[in-house]
Design a protein around this ligand. Structure first.
Ligand code: OSB
Ligand code: MG
Length: 370
């Protein structure tokens, strides 16, 4: 297979409602999409999950644009690529910039699956035709509003509730949620808002029988997390700290986490995500697929990945309508009673909603093989 053309689109979308984490609030979503074309005219799509500011990690939409244009596209255009795993190898000399790498690699996985007349799920080694999904809910100033929001999503059927916490919005919020929803699978995501010195406060969360607490400590830490996990009964799940199979191995060996959140962008693409999945399966560490408030393109990649067998816990890949008035794909992603049916068409399995695609595109660049 040869990639003959790559188009980058800068997108601007607005979410239905603001989403607040311990590190900031999102309403407008600026991001990049990639469309690659092979020598036979097949096309594949990828999404960069980098945000416009470096809050979640060090990457941004603009650093991704720079990396993709100046370093990554030249490595793949007009080169003979037999399998997308080779892209992971081709990108190795470039350090980090995982979300930029993942956008390119994801588009190549999609085109690879299409030319082989396979679903992306099948190409990745997926085995499920339906996936269970949960929902991630941002910080609400008033706990009574949060309770209402949670109830609404439970009524829609989502299989587990994740809420964001930060200092001042933690123990009492979780106490109230547990009181209102005694049997619901419930978890909390701190997005690195605490330090090991907060251990007494974090131990209080053990009372609420949470499925896990996600990334309580620093975004680059696995040492303090191991110490914290030794003191907590609630399993720790790592998100921000995991960028590769190697990071996963070290965290598991140290005992820093009992669950891993796999985000395709954060780990540099689907090939690395599968390696992490396989390693965790061997070590009896359950994984789930995280989300980055993606459009339907990134969402479709998340769905395909989640069909692998060790994605045992419901992920954050909610339906399109949770985020967008109108998504970029057709049909949109629908979560019915907390279950998404995996599409059976080739590649990512969804068509482009071209009308929405053009409307939300604010800039574009095309690179062609000579
Ligand atoms: O930590 O998982 C996270 C959103 C933005 C940045 C980081 C995170 C999140 C979410 C929402 O939790 C996931 C989603 O619904 O896509
Ligand atoms: Mg998280």
């Amino acid at each position: 297979m040869r990639i003959k053309e790559v188009q980058i689109r800068k997108m601007k979308m607005t979410m239905k409602s603001p989403f607040t984490t311990s590190f900031g609030s999102f309403l407008d979503k600026d991001f990049l999409l990639l469309e690659v074309k092979d020598e036979l005219g097949n096309t594949g799509w990828g999404e960069s999950v980098a945000f416009s500011a470096p809050w979640y990690n060090e990457e941004t939409m603009e650093t991704n644009l720079h990396m993709i244009r100046d370093f990554l596209i030249p490595l793949v255009v007009d080169r003979e690529i037999n399998h997308p795993d080779e892209v992971n190898e081709l990108f190795k000399p470039i350090r980090k910039n995982n979300m930029a790498k993942s956008a390119v690699e994801g588009a190549i996985w999609d085109v690879y699956a299409k030319r082989n007349k396979q679903t992306l799920s099948k190409a990745l080694g997926g085995t499920k035709d339906q996936i269970d999904v949960g929902i991630s809910i941002g910080i609400h100033e008033k706990t009574e509003d949060l309770v209402k929001t949670v109830r609404g999503f439970l009524d829609e059927g989502y299989k587990r509730i994740k809420v964001k916490i930060k200092p001042g919005f933690d123990v009492e919020v979780m106490r109230e949620l547990r009181k209102q929803f005694p049997d619901v699978p419930l978890m909390a995501d701190a997005n690195s808002a605490y330090r090991l010195s907060d251990i007494e406060l974090l131990k209080k969360l053990d009372e609420f029988d949470l499925m896990m607490i996600e990334q309580p400590l620093a975004s680059d830490d696995i040492i303090d997390h191991a110490q914290l996990q030794a003191e907590l009964t609630t399993p720790i799940c790592l998100d921000e700290s995991i960028h590769s199979l190697e990071d996963t191995r070290k965290a598991v060996e140290l005992g820093s986490a009992k669950v891993i959140n796999i985000k395709i962008g954060r780990v540099g693409g689907l090939t690395e995500a599968i390696k992490i999945h396989d390693y965790c399966m061997e070590k009896d560490i359950p994984v789930w697929c995280g989300g980055m408030l993606e459009s339907g393109i990134g969402r479709a990649h998340n769905i395909a990945l989640t069909t692998l067998p060790n994605f045992i816990l419901p992920g954050d890949t909610a339906g399109s309508s949770r985020y967008w008035e109108e998504d970029l794909i057709s049909p949109e992603v629908v979560a019915e009673n907390g279950v998404i049916t995996v599409p059976n068409r080739y590649g990512i399995g969804y068509d482009i909603n071209w009308d929405a695609m053009e409307r939300y595109t604010v800039d574009r660049w095309t690179y062609k093989a000579e």
